[in-house]
Design a protein around this ligand. Structure first.
Ligand SMILES: [Fe+2]
Length: 289
């Protein structure tokens, strides 16, 4: 089959069709998707409702799967697989989660700009999010192109950022939002990791700004100056000109490259069900020692 691509934004993101994600992916189709990901960084597949087995099988054709924050946030879940990540406001017993629950706190944290699992080594490569139940309004997901953001920086700033290293920490976003009830084990099970601030994407050869809400300091800088720079860069990288907003339909599967983009969920009514399922592959490369 042929992968057809229709751009959704002047810089990145495309609607992809022509491949049935429910059937086993052949090497040729997988490579076509990877090439499209290198170019567009976000692919939207419409009308491809995947069951749990199909989503796991599709994701596994791109590599080893990640379980993300489930390492720190143990406890029961609704799915057949630990590698299916529940992006919903629904508790393990199937009811709408309590407003003061960790699940809702986590859905709030998802509304901050981030790259999935940038707080761990290995971090995430591809995330694949499948829409199962949607609220009547709200709950879009926005994506920002970190390659275009880098390209648009003034040359002097690019030069001054070259070689800098940042530290990413799993609970930084949660702590910023005021969640404090973490045990020592939860705080240490995912220790901070370091990444170059400017990275080169191996598939496209393009440079990009590797930032997001998990980045909490620049190594060798004072905390205030590092955080201000990270905040300024995030503001730049998420200007509307670099952002694609996805309006979900049930049966959509959106796939993005965490090495090249940031994303955030948008506000919705937490008393209405919103259920999406995520699978994520690991990016098996070395962090900064
Ligand atoms: Fe995410």
């Amino acid at each position: 089959m042929t992968l057809d691509l229709k751009p959704l934004h002047p810089l990145f993101a495309a609607e992809a069709s022509g491949i049935d994600l429910r059937s086993t992916l052949g090497d040729e189709d997988r490579r076509a998707i990877e090439r499209a990901m290198d170019r567009f960084a976000v692919l939207v597949f419409r009308d491809q409702p995947l069951d749990q087995d199909q989503q796991i099988a599709f994701a596994k054709s791109f590599g080893t799967l990640d379980i993300g924050l489930r390492r720190a946030n143990k406890g029961p879940h609704r799915f057949k697989y630990d590698e299916l990540i529940d992006i919903s406001n629904v508790a393990a017993d199937g009811t709408i989660a309590a407003r003061d629950s960790r699940r809702i706190a986590s859905m709030v944290a998802n509304q901050l700009w981030h790259s999935d699992s940038s707080f761990q080594q290995p971090a995430a490569r591809y995330s694949m999010l499948s829409a199962v139940v949607l609220p009547a309004s709200g709950g879009d997901t926005e994506f920002a192109d970190l390659r275009a953001a880098y390209d648009a920086l003034p040359e002097a700033l690019k030069a001054s950022l070259e070689g800098l290293v940042t530290e990413h920490y799993a609970l930084h976003s949660r702590m910023m939002l005021g969640t404090t009830d973490w045990t020592e084990e939860e705080k240490t099970v995912l220790p901070p990791v370091r990444w170059p601030l400017i990275r080169t994407h191996p598939g496209s050869g393009r440079k990009l700004l590797f930032i997001g809400v998990h980045a909490r300091e620049i190594i060798g800088w004072t905390l205030p100056e590092g955080r201000l720079m990270l905040s300024d860069l995030l503001e730049h990288a998420t200007e509307p000109r670099f952002v694609y907003r996805h309006r979900w339909r049930v049966g959509d599967l959106v796939m993005w490259d965490n090495r090249a983009t940031l994303h955030r969920g948008r506000r919705y009514d937490f008393t209405e069900r919103r259920e999406l399922r995520r699978t994520t592959t690991l990016d098996l490369v070395e962090a900064v020692a």
